[in-house]
Design a protein. Structure first.
Length: 213
């Protein structure tokens, strides 16, 4: 894998994220239900449990729904250094309907966070001819905590020594060239503003490399 492939990977994801963000409504309770008075605690999760929960809801939305992007959100509740987050978002697409939809798995109690639990935003169309590289959720064999360990072993520990609160977020998607499902552990707050990106095979525990922009 080279830098061009990494850039292509992120460019493809960014294109679809721009489309989805334009269609994503404000973070409100989508059910309109009254806020519960039940006492809740911040809940951190790795990627796979949240992906499983979001997949269940996505299949209720459309029976042929498949994910094409998954990412975590670093915040004050979790740095992401251990592969866990209080917020995971997954983009799903329905080829038969030409529609996509974002689902969120949240264990966050922050004021502006998505509703606690699993929720879905409104669906949005993607244009005819757009190629969305979906994947079966079962292909996600390597969880984000394993990705975090690989990243720590290949430079991540040094970055955390310099900044104990170093944010790390995770992105999952199909590499457009190799057609392989890959993890990216991004040390920073965005793809453009990062201290390093660790790439890991998502189908088997295999480290692929570290890249810096």
């Amino acid at each position: 894998m080279n830098m061009a492939k990494v850039f292509a990977f992120f460019s493809l994801l960014s294109a679809f994220l721009l489309l989805s963000c334009a269609s994503e409504p404000a973070k409100t309770n989508p059910t309109g239900a009254k806020e519960t008075t039940e006492k809740r605690e911040v809940s951190l999760s790795t990627a796979r449990p949240c992906m499983n929960r979001m997949t269940v809801m996505a299949l209720r939305w459309q029976s042929d729904a498949l994910p094409y992007h998954l990412e975590s959100e670093p915040n004050t509740e979790a740095t992401g250094q251990d592969g866990r987050s209080t917020i995971w978002r997954a983009n799903f697409a329905s080829a038969s309907r030409g529609l996509a939809k974002i689902f969120v798995c949240s264990g966050s109690l922050l004021k502006n966070s998505p509703p606690y639990g699993v929720s879905g935003n409104r669906e949005f169309p993607y244009s005819t001819g757009t190629i969305i590289l979906t994947f079966p959720p079962s292909n996600l064999a390597v969880d984000s905590d394993i990705v975090a360990k690989f990243a720590q072993e290949h430079g991540g520990k040094d970055l955390i020594k310099k900044n104990a609160q170093q944010p790390v977020f995770y992105e999952l998607g199909i590499d457009p060239k190799s057609k392989k499902l890959l993890w990216a552990a991004v040390y920073g707050t965005s793809e453009k503003d990062n201290q390093g990106i660790a790439m890991v095979d998502a189908t088997q525990p295999r480290f692929l490399g570290v890249f810096r922009r």
